[in-house]
Design a protein around this ligand. Sequence first.
Ligand code: PLP
Length: 346
Amino acid sequence: MVDFLVDVAQYGNVRLSDATEERILDDLREAAAALFDAPLRSVAVVGGASEALGQLAILTAKAGGEALLVASDFPSVTYPWLVARERFGTVVRWVEDSPRQDLTSALVDGIHSGTTAVCFSAVQYATGSLVDVGEVVRRAHEVGARVIVDVTQMAGAMPVSMRSWSADALVCSGYKWLSTHGGVALLVVADELRECVPPIVGWKGTERPFQFDPTTLALATDARRFELSTIAYSSAAGLSTSIELLSEVGFAALTGHAGALARELMAATTPHGWTPFRDLDAPGASHHIVSLRHPTLAAPAIQARLAEEHHIVVSSRGGGIRVSLHAYNDSADIDALADAMGKASR
Ligand SMILES: Cc1ncc(COP(=O)(O)O)c(C=O)c1O
C-alpha cells in the first residue's frame, strides 16, 4: 500500500498509465475467485460492501416480493431493503438472532412460498452467530427466492465456498478479517445476476473503460460491469497482499486457531460470570467472534474500562463484549484480557 501511494504521489501518471490502470485490479479479482471458490467471471472489485449490497437489493427487489432479513444484522445488509420497501413496496420480514434458536433454522423456517429474497450476514457482526449458508440456499431455491450473503465477518477467518453454497450473490468488505484498509470490497454474482444491467453503472463497468464512449453502453460481459469508478487502489493493493498472506496460513488453520483461543477465553472468563451468546459447541457459533455477556455488568462500561485502564481493544456490540480473535492473537492476549475482565468485574 505504501509503495503504491508513494509511486502515485511521486510519479503520478508516469507510472499509473491508462493501460496499467485498466489492469490494476486483475490480480485482486483472481485472488478473490480463489478465496471464495468462485469463477473469475463472477468477481467484481467495488468501493465498499454497502455499495454492492445496495446494487443487489435494487437489482433483485420486486413489487409484491418479500425479503427475509435478520433484525440485528449489520445495517448495510438491511437498509437497502428498507429502501426497496419504500420504492417498490417490497415486503420486509425479520427473523431474530436469538440464543434460543439456531439462526440457520430461523432463516430456513422463515422462508415460504412468497419469499423472493433472503439477505443476511453469514457471521453476525454483533453476536458471532454462524449461518449454514448452503442450507438456507437449498430452502430458498426450492421456492425460487434469491440468496444474497455478506461474508464480511467470515472471509479471512473461515473458509468460504460459493461453489458449494450456490448462493446468488456474495459481498465482502476488505477491512475486517481480510485486514486491508477501507474503500475496497468484493462482489461475487452468479451467472443469472451477472447478465443483468446493474442499477448503477459507471465508467469502469465497460469492457474497455479507457475508450470513453459516452453514447454506447458496452458493459463488460463479466462481473466487472458492477465496477463503478476509481476506487481506493492502495486498499486494493493491501487486499491482494493480505489475501495472499492469510491464504498461505490457510483458512482451516485460522478457524482452528480462533477455536482454541475461544476455548481458553471461556475457561478464563466463566469464573468471573461471563458467558458466550451461544455455547461454543453449538453449530451456530463462530469462534473468531465471541460475544460475552454478564448477568449484572453492562458491556459499554466494561469495554471502556478495558480500553482506558488496560489498553485492550474489544467492542461493545448488541449488549455484549465482542472479542475478535485473529491470526495475530495468542494465549498471552487471552490471559491479559481475562485478567483485565476479572478486575473490571469486581
Ligand atoms: C457484515 C458487514 N457488512 C458490511 C460492513 C460495511 O462494509 P463497508 O464499510 O465496506 O460498506 C460491515 C462493517 O462492519 C459489516 O460488518
